[in-house]
Design a protein around this ligand. Structure first.
Ligand code: ZN
Length: 150
């Protein structure tokens, strides 16, 4: 007897985590940073699964250089994991490079798009996936100190 709506999703989440063990995620981060000519940046990036994310596949914390991945939505759409990882990682790299030049950039602007093209990634910024049951019941406003890109 299921005790949580999440129970039905657990096998798919387990499959996702089996396909994407930490070593595979670290390897893709290292490989992409290498292709972007910033191999050392890979060691600055942290990542985690965050099951509190709702309708977003993942996000990047620009101020902390942390990537977060939505295990429930990615379990429904496992093919999105690699594009998502590249998408969010490119946000961190673009922001880091812009900061070094004291330049302001748009989240999905030319700098980010150029990085995405360099790794053969999509420059699409939104998704049309099955988010049934994942929307927040009511919006809770919280003070945010950190800057996130999705
Ligand atoms: Zn984005």
């Amino acid at each position: 007897m299921p005790t949580s709506p999440l129970d039905a999703e657990r096998p798919a989440i387990a499959r996702l985590l089996a396909v994407w063990p930490p070593a595979a995620i670290d390897a893709l981060i290292a490989e992409s940073c290498g292709l972007w000519g910033v191999p050392g940046f890979a060691t600055k990036v942290a990542w985690r699964w965050n099951s509190r994310l709702r309708t977003t596949l993942g996000r990047a914390c620009l101020s902390d250089q942390v990537l977060e991945f939505n295990p429930i939505l990615l379990a429904r759409h496992p093919d999105e994991m690699q594009p998502l990882l590249l998408h969010e990682l490119a946000h961190l790299v673009a922001y880091d490079q812009a900061k070094a030049m004291r330049k302001r950039i748009a989240p999905h602007g030319a700098e980010w798009k150029s990085l995405m093209r360099a790794v053969g990634g999509s420059t699409r910024a939104t998704h049309q996936l099955n988010v049934e049951g994942l929307r927040a019941k009511k919006s809770r406003r919280r003070r945010r100190r950190r800057i996130w890109f999705g």
